[in-house]
Write a protein that binds this ligand. Structure first.
Ligand SMILES: [Zn+2]
Length: 81
């Protein structure tokens, strides 16, 4: 008999119970608003500001923008300052 797991569709964490996966999906904050913050190159914003249901705002930066500012990537894909 196959072992059944339920996966959170946001973080991919696996659970034995469907209710646990549903609870995990509920706890993730989904963006309510996305605003272009900065255009440094091309036609897409290099930095965006994202608002969440708890009213917090987070700034997300495109990796090309980070590279231009000296952000280095290690061989295994992880980044290093
Ligand atoms: Zn999750």
């Amino acid at each position: 008999m196959p072992i059944v797991f339920y996966k959170c569709k946001y973080c991919m964490q696996q659970y034995k119970k469907r209710e646990e996966a549903a609870l995990c999906e509920k706890k993730h904050l989904k963006p309510t608003k996305v605003k272009a913050h900065k255009y440094a190159f091309g036609q897409y914003p290099s930095t965006i500001e994202v608002t969440f249901p708890d009213e917090s705002k987070q700034i997300y930066v495109h990796e090309d923008e980070l590279w231009q500012n000296g952000y280095k990537r290690r061989r295994n894909g992880k980044r290093k300052r």
